[in-house]
Design a protein around this ligand. Structure first.
Ligand code: PLP
Length: 407
């Protein structure tokens, strides 16, 4: 059989919707300035779909500095991987500054978050070790775990009883293999918006021997007194053995970092395949990250603005009768019941009639019959946009109820 013929007949949960959804529900083209009001299909919409938590993506000073840095360095410098020819004083400066900010001995700058996590996981364990990870972990954790040659056990999402059980299973395995245990959680789970129960996970260290790796993509910049992240917010940063965050959300850019002890960062630096065999982060991204870190240290203004918007939105949605689950982060999911077809109609009505742009999440990402409208507040939104959006959600109630009873 020809490979291309085979692929052309292969079905996939997302690909099957391509013909009916592309350009609208999937791969929409967003135009205009990045921010809370953008252009979709030629019309202005209130945008609740971009992870620019601190509103830095279109901040005039950030853009000015990005442009100056690009004019000075171009987008190529430095060339090559960090190990061979892509290391600079600026890369090192960022590592030192972020390590201090995160209260860790050392840090390493990563070219991409996704590949970074895959390689961190791969580098930390060998076939004798056991990974125990949360069921709702992001794809990059799942992919990292899939490269692991030893045992891996998944625990029910944020369920400490389940984690304890899996730790006991893992302990039986390492008794035979002589390996060790790595536990992985997210700081904030990006779909539901609930924080990982880091405090409770850390408490299990009293009776179980393991190291803890946190992917804090959504917590970095949004939680903790200065935006240091979820583990700071929960007061357990010292107990987080390996801390990771990406620049793709609060820093509105590309790149990421990992922070830990000196020895572990040294180990990662010389073993993470996605960093050794791929190009280094270009200078404007590094200088941009240094500036944004400075902003976090100097003021909590953007984080405070984000929380004013997030709190107003979350309180308002709950007040008018929507279920936003148990989010305790800026991520705001609206849980509805209905089919995929219902979800499409709801999103279309909101976009076409009311000019509100949210993302929808449906089966197979979540169980059949469930719909999540995912709303991401940012520091760039205004209360006017929150009020307009809440009014629309109020008006949408009969439309949604007519499609599927929400009981
Ligand atoms: C939890 C989590 N980890 C990692 C990543 C990947 O980061 P990046 O976009 O920097 O590759 C994302 C999404 O961007 C994420 O949500």
């Amino acid at each position: 059989m020809d490979l291309f013929d085979k692929i052309n007949h292969r079905h996939g949960p997302l690909k099957d919707y391509a013909a009916s959804s592309e350009g609208y529900y999937m791969f929409p083209k967003l135009e205009g300035e990045l921010g809370p009001r953008m252009i979709f299909n030629g019309e202005e919409v209130i945008m609740w779909s971009i992870n620019d938590y601190l509103g830095l993506g279109n901040n005039p000073e950030v853009r000015k500095r990005d442009a100056e840095s690009a004019a000075k360095w171009g987008l190529s410098y430095p060339m090559g991987s960090r190990m061979m020819s892509g290391h600079t004083h600026k890369h090192e400066q960022f590592q030192n500054e972020i390590a201090e900010f995160e209260g860790k001995e050392s840090a390493f700058l990563l070219n991409y978050g996704y590949q970074g996590v895959v390689s961190i996981v791969q580098s930390l364990v060998d076939r004798h070790d056991v990974i125990v990870y949360d069921y709702e972990s992001h794809a990059c954790i799942v992919d990292g775990v899939s490269l692991h040659l030893g045992k891996r056990f998944v625990y029910d999402h944020n369920d400490m009883g389940s984690l304890k059980k899996q730790l006991e299973r893992a302990e039986k395995v390492i008794e035979i293999t002589g390996g060790a245990i790595l536990v992985i959680s997210e700081g904030v789970f990006g779909m539901r918006g609930d924080q990982g129960k880091l405090k409770e996970i850390v408490a299990l260290k009293k009776d179980h021997s393991f190291r803890l790796f946190i992917d804090d993509a959504h917590g970095f910049g949004t939680l903790g007194s200065q935006g240091q992240g979820t583990s700071y917010e929960q007061g357990v940063q010292d107990e987080i053995d390996i801390y990771f965050a990406t620049f793709a959300k609060s820093f509105a850019s590309i790149g990421a970092f990992v922070a830990s002890t000196k020895e572990i960062i040294l180990h990662l630096q010389y073993t993470m395949r996605s960093q050794i065999f791929a190009k280094s982060l270009p200078m404007p991204m590094v200088e941009g990250a240094l500036y944004k870190l400075q902003l976090l240290r100097e003021s909590t203004e953007n984080k405070d603005k984000l929380w004013t918007i997030a709190n107003a939105l979350q309180t308002g949605l709950t007040k008018i009768g929507y279920n936003i689950g148990n989010t305790n982060s800026a991520v705001t999911p609206v849980y509805l019941k209905g089919s995929i077809e219902d979800a499409r109609k709801i999103v279309e009505e909101m976009r076409e009639k009311y000019r509100i742009f949210t993302s929808m999440v449906v089966y197979p990402v979540i169980p059949k019959g469930m719909i999540v409208l995912r709303i991401i507040p940012t520091a760039a939104h205004t209360m006017k946009e929150v009020d307009e959006t809440l009014e629309v959600f109020e008006k949408m109630k009969p439309f949604i109820a007519a499609l599927a009873p929400q009981e």
